[in-house]
Structure formats: C-alpha cells, structure tokens
Design a protein around this ligand. Structure first.
Ligand code: ADP
Ligand code: GLC
Length: 484
C-alpha cells in the first residue's frame, strides 16, 4: 500500500513537539508492515539546513492562493532509507527562523502558509506521477487536503486525518475565505463553517474517509463537551470512522543504554549509570549536590496552559518545602516564561528553569531526573511520560488522554505500578501525587521495582502501525476503492 504522510513537522528535520516525533517515526513502522511510505513537509530554512543533499525534483508547480498565482518547487531528501521526504519550497513562506512563529506570536500569515502547502500537495503528486492509495494528513495545517481529495483532485486516493490536538483549529476569518479556494458549498455547517469562521481542522475531520486520534482515552474524551472544543457533536456523529491509536516512541532514538547525550548509559538490568546522569545534570545546571539525596523532578514542555503551567506555579512553594529539586526545560508563552524565571530567582538552591528548545538537554533531563511531571489540562497522547518511563524516571501525571492510557498507578492495584496519577486539575491534587511519589521514593526497593516495570513497557510503534494499516484499509473501502 502506498502512503503519503503530509504534516507541518517531521523530526529530525522539523520539530516543535510531539507531532514532529510521531511523523518522524511512523513511516519506518509502516514500512515494516509492508507499506511504501513518503513524507511531505514544508521546506523550512532549518529543514533545508539539516536535510542531507536535498535534490530538486520539480520546479514551478503552479499553486493558486486567493487572487495570487504562486508557484512551489519540490526537493527530495531521505532520513531513513527508502522513505523519500518531499520538501515544498517557497521561501516567501518557509525561509524563516521558526516553524510557526516567534515569542511574539504566530506568524501573521500562518493560515496562508499552510493553505499554500496543502494546496501544493495534490499538484506535487500529479507532477511526480505519484499515485498514493492513502494520504494521511495531520492537524489543522494539512486539514484542507481532505477537502481537496473530496473535491476529486486525486481520484483513487483515500484520505485519513489524524487529530493530534483539537485545541488548535486553524480558524480562518470570513474575510480570508478566498484563500482557501473551495467552491461555495463548502462554506456551510456541513463543511468548514465553525461558529462564524472557517476551520481547517474541521475540513480534515469532515472530509476524511477515516479519522484517527492519538490515544483511546482522547478518542472518547473529544466526544464530550468538556474536551470537544466545539467539535464533540460532530465527532459523536461519526463514531464509526473515528479511531484512537496510541502513539509509539522511537525506541532507537530514546534508549538510555545507547543515548549519546547521557553522561553514562544504563538499562533495566543495570541501573547504576542513572545516578551518574543525575549527578552530571545537577553539575551542568549548577544545582547543589545535596539534591542527590532526594528526588529530582523534571519537566520538558511547551509552556502553554494545556501543559498545566498554572498548576505547577501554584504548587511551587509547597513543593519546594518537600526538599526536592526541580528542573524545567521549556519555551512558550511569555507570561509563563516570566513567572518561572521569577520563581528561579527566589529558589536558586533547588530550581532551574532553562528557557528554550534544547533536544540534548531534554535527553539529559529524562536521564538525570527521578520523577517527570506532566500535569496537563488535557493531553491527546503525550510522549514525555513515555520517554520518562523508558528512562526510569517515574511520571507524575494528570489522568487524562494518553497519560491515562500509558501510566499505571499503584493505587489501580497493578503491582508495582509505573507512575502516579491525579484526577482533579488543581494544585492540591498535583501536590498530593508528588507527595505520594516522594514517600515511595524513600523505599528504594519499591522505587526500583517501579522503574524497572516502566522501563519494560512496550511503547514500540509496531502495534500502532498495524492499527493504522487497518484504518487505511477501511478508508479505502469507504471511498469505494481497492488498493493498488
Ligand atoms: P506536545 O506535542 O503537546 O508538545 P508531547 O509530549 O507529545 O507534547 O511531545 C513533546 C515533545 O517535544 C517531546 O519530544 C519533548 O521532549 C519535546 N520538547 C518539548 N519541549 C521541549 C524543549 N523545550 N526542548 C526540547 N524538547 C522539548
Ligand atoms: C500533540 C499533543 C500531544 C501528542 C502529540 C503527538 O502535540 O498535544 O499530546 O503526544 O501531538 O501526537
């Protein structure tokens, strides 16, 4: 089966969060279950810099964007053998320092950029005489593709759409509708209309032959008013083509026994290196060595309200009274960056906030911490808790979305458990979970049993790849086609 995956991120070329990790890893897993996979992402400045020998495959594809007749060039590169990555190049849109925007906010033309990208994809397929059985699009940036397939731009290609995060809806104000370039009948409630605007995410949901999201719990949650972001009614009405498939992790990239970023390797069988990793992390960040005696908490996150930043800020004073250390790596909204910097000033002896996006440091934090915090308001899947588990750092998570599916609390009577969960979204509940972790931490044998249990979990992509394959088959059937 030939699969084209379209997305706004794909690690290692372009990544701001979990979407990049997933799109980077899923292709190889699909290849292993027999698919022929290609990827297409925008040719961001950084992606072009990182790409190995990108070669031009076609130039001057004509892409209409509202009143403008624009063109795109297409380059190809490879990260994994046999998986071409197409890069859609138009420097006006993508030759910028960031993927979506800067600390000041999203780029002013973010809708135009991704409408342009989405519109270029069927044209690219035609130019390259490439005829995929399925296009798998991801999040609002590529949602429009599903409507374009519905329009018949690539007959014989089915559309599957993955929701990684319903909180980002790709809203297009009515005055910019002409950029989308669809016939008028799409601008209705049964189409892209969403509370007086157009939603590119909705285009993906409505017109895909099948929709997936990234954990079974999130697939249920988004059908409720609390988590549905206004889409719950629509999602309930299409239950029969909505599937929750838990993300995997790239087990080669995330392996404490082979991680080049770690000070010392360690494994489930031999945990001794982990202590050295903690020591090295404290040293690197200039934190006092006495923090070796208690648990070191870590958090690696986008700093947005989804991730529970408020909870952590509110819990901080009481948390530090527990005599623990805390390391936070993240970037995002300025208000949170300021608040965490302020907190660091008054708690130099136990807290470091490292502002920015730093892949090597992220690895060192998973390796060097004892506990990872993921206090999210909602979490479609979440990868950080899975990396934490793999690195023997016990996750403390809110029981929502994929966090609920991947972490087992000893309270759930599963011996020994892999982490600690709390339900209510308030600082007190987060603190109570951390306190429970802190108590168990003192029982070294039990703690190590939890670490080993977590490190032994199977988060490989194999299972997910098979589930995607089934969804692809269903989508092809729904389209009324057969795969080539
Ligand atoms: P989301 O996609 O919502 O941000 P996930 O948990 O799915 O959340 O994925 C986050 C990914 O981004 C993980 O790979 C995590 O390690 C990484 N990450 C987040 N913030 C940073 C940062 N500041 N520096 C390095 N990596 C980060
Ligand atoms: C989104 C979600 C996150 C998920 C990631 C990859 O960014 O916020 O929970 O893990 O996508 O699917």
């Amino acid at each position: 089966m030939r699969i084209l995956i379209a997305a706004s991120e794909a690690a290692p070329l372009a990544k701001t969060g979990g979407l990049g990790d997933v799109v980077g890893a899923l292709p190889s897993a699909l290849q292993e279950v027999g698919c022929e996979v290609s990827l297409v992402i925008p040719a961001y400045r950084n992606a072009l810099e990182k790409a190995e020998a990108p070669a031009v495959v076609t130039k001057g594809i004509p892409v209409k964007l509202g009143p403008r007749n624009l063109s795109a060039d297409v380059l190809v590169t490879e990260v994994n053998p046999g998986i071409p990555i197409y890069l859609v190049r138009r420097d006006e849109f993508f030759d910028r320092s960031e993927i979506y925007g800067t600390a000041e906010g999203e780029y002013f033309d973010s809708r135009e950029r991704f409408i342009f990208f989405s519109r270029s994809i069927p044209l690219l397929c035609r130019a390259l005489r490439y005829d995929p059985d399925v296009i798998l699009a991801n999040d609002w940036q590529t949602g429009l593709l599903m409507a374009l397939l519905h329009e018949g731009t690539l007959p014989g290609t089915a559309g599957v759409f993955t929701i990684h995060n319903l909180g980002y809806q790709g809203l297009v104000p009515p005055e910019h509708i002409s950029f989308i370039g669809l016939p008028n009948e799409y601008y209705r409630m049964e189409g892209l209309e969403f509370y007086g605007q157009m939603s590119l995410l909705k285009a993906g949901i409505v017109f895909a032959h099948a929709v997936t999201t990234v954990s079974p719990t999130y697939a249920e949650e988004i059908q409720t008013h609390e988590f549905g972001c206004g889409f719950d009614g629509l999602l309930r009405s299409m239950k029969d083509r909505l599937f929750g498939i838990l993300n995997g992790i790239d087990e080669k990239e995330w392996d404490p026994a082979k991680d080049v970023h770690l000070h010392a390797p360690y494994s489930r069988q031999d945990l001794s290196g982990k202590k050295q990793c903690k020591n090295a992390l404290l040293k690197e960040l200039g934190l006092p060595m006495r923090l070796m005696n208690g648990p070191l908490l870590g958090m690696v996150s986008r700093l947005v309200s989804q991730k529970g930043c408020e909870l952590l800020l509110e819990a901080a004073e009481k948390l530090f009274a527990l005599d623990v250390g805390l390391v936070l790596l993240g970037s995002g909204e300025v208000k949170y960056e300021k608040a965490f910097s302020g907190l660091q000033d008054s708690h130099q002896d136990r807290f470091r906030f490292i502002k920015g996006f730093d892949e090597p440091l992220a690895h060192k934090i998973y390796g060097g911490s004892d506990i990872m915090l993921v206090p999210s308001l909602y979490e479609p899947c979440g990868l950080t808790q899975m990396y934490a588990l793999r690195y023997g750092s016990i996750p403390v998570v809110r029981a929502t979305g994929g966090l609920n599916d991947t972490v087992q609390d000893p309270k759930e009577r599963r011996f020994p458990g892999t982490g600690f969960k709390f339900r209510d979204f308030d600082a007190g509940s987060l603190l109570a979970a951390i306190e429970r972790a802190n108590t168990v931490y003192k029982d070294k044998d039990y703690w190590q049993a939890m670490m080993r249990e977590g490190m032994g979990q199977d988060f490989s992509w194999r299972k997910a790849a098979k589930q995607y394959l089934e969804v692809f088959e269903r989508a092809i059937k729904r389209m009324g086609g057969v795969h080539k």
